[in-house]
Design a protein around this ligand. Structure first.
Ligand code: ZN
Length: 635
C-alpha cells in the first residue's frame, strides 16, 4: 500500500468524509463497521472488503493518481455508498493500529471473485502466478491433448472457439472476404437497447470478428475488397447505431474497423487524388464522421497539387446549385458543410475569387453573410463588405437574429476603425436597448462618455428600463441613426427591476437599490415562489451594509423570516448566512444583544429541527476560535 494512500486515509476528517459521500451514507456507514470482513489489498493498490448486510457486497476503495479517493461497490448504489464509508473507517482504524493491510492471495477463490466483481483493465494483474498457470506449464504433450478434449466436451464455447481458430488459420483471401461479409451481417443484425431488454438485444453487438477479418485482408493487401466492405459496414453499422440505445460502444467498434479500411487505402497504389476522391465519396454517406475519427485525412491541403484541388472543387460544385435550390431549412447544416468544402477546395486551387460567387448564391439558404463579409475584407473590398453587412442585418433579423447581431457588431467595428466615435456610441446604445443587461450598460456608458453624450443617454436609458418605451429615433435622441432597422431584441417585462437594482448598485445609488428591492418583496413573485427570498437581496444587503446598515439588517431579517417557512437544509443554510452577515453590522450599531436574541429565539422556536439547531450552534461561540472538523481517527 502506498504511503500516499495511507496518509490520505489517516488524514481524513469527518467533514471531508461527508463531502465525499453524503452525510446519510456516513451516518449509516458508521453502523456498518462491524460487518466489514476480509479486508485485503489487490495488486492494483485498491483495498477490497466484503460487507455483510441483507445481501453481501464487495466494496473497493482506491486512490487515483490525481489523489482523489474513489470507491466502487457491488451494491445497487455502487459508488461512495455506506459500505464504502464503512470500509474507509475500518481500514483507517487498522492502519492507525499499526496493522498493514494484507495483500490478497491470488490462489484464493476470493481473489478471482474480486477480479470478477471489479472488471477493469487495470485491476487484472499482467501475470498471476497461481496453481492453475503452474499446473498448465508442467503438462506434457499427451496430457495437454487429453485436457483439451475434456474441455471441448465439457465446457461450452470451447469447440466454436477452436473451430474459429482453425478456420482463420486455413482461410484464403477470398474466404476472408466472404467471412467478413458474414461477420458484418451478424454483428449488425437487430439493434441493441441498453435499457429496454424487451425490444432489442441485451448484449452489445460484437464487431470483433469484423475487425479481425478486416485486419487479415489488410495484411493480404486486398484494399479493393476492403473499400467495398467499408461501404457495406458504413451502411449497416450506421443503421444499427441509429436504432440502438447505447453509450457509444457500437460507434467505437465501427471506428476501429474503419481505421483498418483507411490504413489499407493509405497503403494502396492509388494516387493522392484518387484517395481524396474516395474519401469525399465516403464522407457523403458517413453521417457519424467515422472517417474523421480515424485520424487520417486524404483531404489534407498538402497532399494534393493545386490542379488536383481544382478537380475536387469541380466535382463538389457539380450539383451543389441544384441541391441548394431545392434545400429546406433542415438541410442547412449539410449545405454549410458542403459549402465549406467547396470554398476550401477552391482556395487550395488558387481560385479564391470564385468563392465569392459561391457565397453569394448560397446566401439565401445558408445565411453565410459573415463568411462573405470576412472574405471581402480579406480581399480589401471594404465597400462591398459594408453593403453585404447591411443587407445581412435586414435579411437575418427574423430567422437568424444571432447572425444579424454579429453583423451589427461588425458595423460597429467599421465605425471604430474610421474613428467615428458618435456612431460607435450609437451602436453600443442600441445594443443595450435591445438586449438590456449590466455589461452592455457599462459598454454604452464608456462610449457615450467619450462623445460627451452620457448624461442625456443615461437619463433616457434608465427611463427605458422602467417604462419599456424605446427612446431611439424619437425627438431629442442625441445619437446618430445607424441606418439599420430597429432590433426589438429580447422580450422583457418592464419595469425591469432586477436590472434597475443592478445598475443602482453599480452606480452606488444605494437608497434607490433598496427602494426598488422593497417593491420586489411586496408582490409579484409567482405564488409557487412567494415564500422564497429573491436572490438579489443578498447583493443589495451586502452592498448597502456600510452606508445604510438599518436597511441591510431589515433585508436580512426578511431573508430569515421567509426561509423559516421552509424546513429544508438549504433554507437553514440561508438563515445562517444571513445571521453571519448581520452580526458584524449589528455589533457596529451596538445591537449585539438583539442579534443574540434573534438566534436564541430561533433555537427555541425550531428546537425540533435538529439539523437547524446544530447549524445555529455552530454560529455562537467565539469567532476567533475557528472550529475544525475532527479526524476520523483521533491523534
Ligand atoms: Zn455499497
Amino acid at each position: 500500500m502506498t504511503d500516499k494512500f495511507k496518509k490520505r486515509l489517516l488524514g481524513l476528517t469527518w467533514d471531508a468524509l461527508e463531502r465525499w459521500a453524503d452525510p446519510r451514507s456516513v451516518a449509516r456507514g458508521k453502523g456498518y463497521q462491524t460487518r466489514v470482513e476480509d479486508v485485503v489489498e489487490m495488486p492494483d493498490g485498491g483495498i477490497v472488503a466484503r460487507v455483510h448486510g441483507r445481501d453481501d457486497y464487495l466494496t473497493k476503495i482506491a486512490l487515483k493518481p490525481n489523489g482523489t479517493l474513489e470507491a466502487e461497490c457491488t451494491c445497487p448504489v455502487g459508488y461512495r455508498c455506506k459500505h464504502a464509508v464503512a470500509l474507509v473507517l475500518v481500514a483507517a482504524r487498522q492502519l492507525k493500529d499499526g496493522k498493514d493491510i494484507e495483500p490478497c492471495n491470488p490462489n484464493d477463490a476470493y481473489f478471482d471473485e474480486i477480479i470478477d466483481a471489479f472488471k477493469t483493465d487495470e485491476s487484472v494483474p499482467a501475470v498471476v502466478h497461481d496453481i492453475v498457470s503452474e499446473y498448465l506449464s508442467q503438462l506434457k504433450g499427451n496430457e495437454i491433448q487429453n485436457l483439451m478434449q475434456e474441455l471441448v466436451v465439457n465446457v461450452s464455447g470451447v469447440r466454436p472457439y477452436i473451430r474459429h481458430k482453425v478456420e482463420v488459420m486455413r482461410a484464403s483471401t477470398a474466404d476472408f472476404v466472404r467471412m467478413a461479409k458474414q461477420a458484418i451481417k451478424s454483428a449488425t443484425a437487430g439493434y441493441y437497447d441498453r435499457w429496454d431488454k424487451r425490444g432489442g438485444h441485451d448484449k452489445v453487438p460484437d464487431y470483433g470478428t469484423v475487425e479481425e477479418y478486416f485486419g487479415k485482408l489488410k495484411e493480404a493487401g486486398d484494399w479493393e475488397s476492403l473499400r467495398a466492405l467499408g461501404f457495406e459496414l458504413l451502411e449497416k453499422g450506421q443503421r444499427q447505431i441509429e436504432w440502438s440505445h447505447d453509450e457509444g460502444e457500437i460507434y467505437h467498434q465501427v471506428i476501429d474497423c474503419m481505421k483498418i479500411v483507411v490504413a489499407a487505402m493509405e497503403a494502396s497504389p492509388l494516387s493522392a487524388l484518387e484517395k481524396a476522391m474516395w474519401m469525399l465519396e465516403f464522407e457523403k454517406h458517413d453521417h457519424f464522421s467515422f472517417v474523421y475519427e480515424t485520424g487520417v485525412n486524404f483531404m489534407d491541403k498538402d497532399r494534393l497539387t493545386s490542379e488536383e484541388w481544382g478537380k475536387i472543387a469541380d466535382v463538389l460544385m457539380a450539383g451543389f446549385k441544384d441541391r441548394l435550390r431545392e434545400a429546406k431549412e433542415e438541410d442547412r447544416y449539410d449545405l454549410d458543410s458542403d459549402r465549406h468544402k467547396i470554398a476550401n477546395a477552391l482556395e487550395n486551387a488558387g481560385r479564391g475569387d470564385e468563392v465569392i460567387d459561391l457565397l453569394i448564391f448560397s446566401l439565401k439558404k445558408t445565411h453565410c453573410y459573415e463568411s462573405l463579409v470576412n472574405l471581402l475584407l480579406r480581399l480589401d473590398r471594404r465597400d462591398e463588405a459594408i453593403t453585404w453587412c447591411r443587407k445581412g442585418i435586414v435579411a437575418c433579423m427574423k430567422d437568424a437574429p444571432g447572425i444579424s447581431g454579429s453583423l451589427r457588431d461588425k458595423m460597429r467595428s467599421f465605425a471604430e476603425e474610421k474613428g467615428d466615435d458618435l456612431l460607435v456610441a450609437a451602436y453600443d446604445t442600441l445594443k443595450f436597448l435591445s438586449y438590456p443587461e449590466l455589461s452592455k450598460y457599462e459598454q454604452m456608458r464608456k462610449s457615450c462618455m467619450r462623445v460627451k453624450k452620457w448624461e442625456k443617454v443615461r437619463d433616457l436609458a434608465l427611463k427605458y428600463i422602467e417604462t419599456g418605451r424605446r427612446p431611439d429615433g424619437k425627438p431629442g435622441w442625441p445619437l446618430p441613426d445607424t441606418g439599420d432597422p430597429v432590433d426589438r431584441g429580447w422580450e422583457k417585462n418592464f419595469p425591469d427591476e432586477h436590472l434597475i437594482i443592478e445598475i443602482a448598485l453599480y452606480e452606488k445609488r444605494y437608497a434607490d437599490a433598496v427602494r426598488w428591492f422593497k417593491t420586489c418583496l411586496n408582490d409579484n413573485l409567482p405564488s409557487w415562489n412567494a415564500y422564497r427570498f429573491p436572490d438579489q437581496g443578498w447583493d443589495v444587503a451586502k452592498a448597502v451594509a456600510d452606508v445604510l446598515p438599518e436597511d441591510a439588517i431589515a433585508i436580512w431579517k426578511v431573508a430569515i423570516e421567509r426561509n423559516c417557512r421552509t424546513a429544508a437544509y438549504y433554507a437553514y443554510q440561508a438563515i445562517v448566512s444571513a445571521l453571519c452577515e448581520m452580526r458584524p453590522v449589528m455589533e457596529r450599531l451596538g445591537l449585539r444583544s438583539e442579534w443574540d436574541g434573534i438566534v436564541s429565539n430561533l433555537r427555541e422556536e425550531y428546537k425540533r429541527r435538529k439539523n437547524f439547531v446544530q447549524l445555529l450552534d455552530g454560529l455562537t461561540g467565539d469567532k476567533s476560535k475557528k472550529k475544525t472538523s475532527p479526524r476520523l481517527i483521533a491523534e
